[in-house]
Write a protein that binds this ligand. Structure first.
Ligand SMILES: Nc1ncnc2c1ncn2[C@@H]1O[C@H](COP(=O)(O)OP(=O)(O)O)[C@@H](O)[C@H]1O
Ligand SMILES: [Mg+2]
Length: 252
């Protein structure tokens, strides 16, 4: 058993994109969202993506999820099972928390005792014990994002795409979730692309940080982050602050 979920096979694979371009529309009203993005993220790595608002971050994730086709270039390789978490948790309000998490399994016709146990393990692991039979309207924003995470993890994704998953939360809730989130992602050895507008979040959670330029987005720089184990005391570390400053100056 590795992490929260028993895995029958390793789904951690490499992600590689080559010269992606994306133009929306045509003629005078066309929008060049992405220009020539190439990147590789190794199995089990968390790559944070930061860039100015509207530069094409969501578009990049949507291309990786197969929801949007690139105009040019290609996704060279990516795990087949991709899960995406959006900025606002998307829940079915009439379903209980447990039934929301179960949904991807139902769609694949895989629901049994073992699966119910996995849902219970996920609820426990994400601090949601006792909330499985509640409706989404009874949960806070932070809890709902954990439910989204549980629903993404239940299908054992090889690639997890997180689009500003914590941005709707207040700063204190967000920071308290950072350690938990990093622990869960690392425990399951997940390959992750995390889009965030918080530089501190990008550095705290990432093994690498990709800085995108203004639209049309291209990769401005890539930074390795080697702080080893992450705890909230890292936020006061001089090296942490200086990397954040460097990234901020690149974005300005
Ligand atoms: N489906 C679409 N049709 C037309 N333009 C779009 C579409 N999706 C995104 N765009 C445009 O592409 C640009 C990048 O959008 P997006 O990827 O959402 O940016 P970000 O996530 O970095 O804020 C924006 O100018 C946006 O208006
Ligand atoms: Mg976006």
């Amino acid at each position: 058993m590795r992490g929260l979920l028993p895995r029958t096979m390793s789904s951690a694979e490499r992600v590689e994109i080559d010269s992606l371009h994306k133009i929306f529309g045509d003629g005078a009203n066309s929008v060049r969202a992405i220009e020539r993005i190439s990147a590789a993220v190794g199995p089990g790595q968390i790559c944070s993506v930061i860039g100015p608002s509207g530069c094409g971050k969501t578009t990049l994730l949507r291309i990786l999820a197969g929801l949007t086709m690139p105009t040019e270039g290609r996704v060279v390789t990516r795990p087949s099972n991709v899960a995406m978490i959006f900025q606002q948790p998307v829940m079915f309000p009439w379903r209980t928390v447990r039934a929301n998490i179960r949904l991807p399994l139902e769609l694949h016709g895989r629901v049994g005792e073992e699966e119910e146990q996995r849902i219970s393990d996920l609820l426990d692991g994400l601090g949601l014990r006792g909330f499985g039979d509640r409706r989404p309207s009874e949960l806070s924003g932070g809890m709902l994002q954990r439910v989204s995470l549980a629903r993404a993890l239940i299908s054992d994704p090889g690639l997890l795409l997180l689009d500003e998953p914590l941005s709707a939360l207040d700063e204190m809730t967000r920071e308290s979730l950072w350690c938990e989130l990093r622990t869960i992602l690392k425990r399951d050895d997940l390959t992750v692309l995390l889009v965030t507008h918080s530089i501190r979040e990008a550095v705290f959670l990432g093994d690498m940080v990709m800085v995108l330029s203004r639209r049309p987005a291209l990769v401005r720089s890539l930074h390795d982050v080697d702080f080893g184990l992450r705890s909230l005391s890292l936020l006061d570390d001089g090296n942490f602050s200086s990397l954040c400053r460097k990234l901020r100056s690149e974005l300005e």
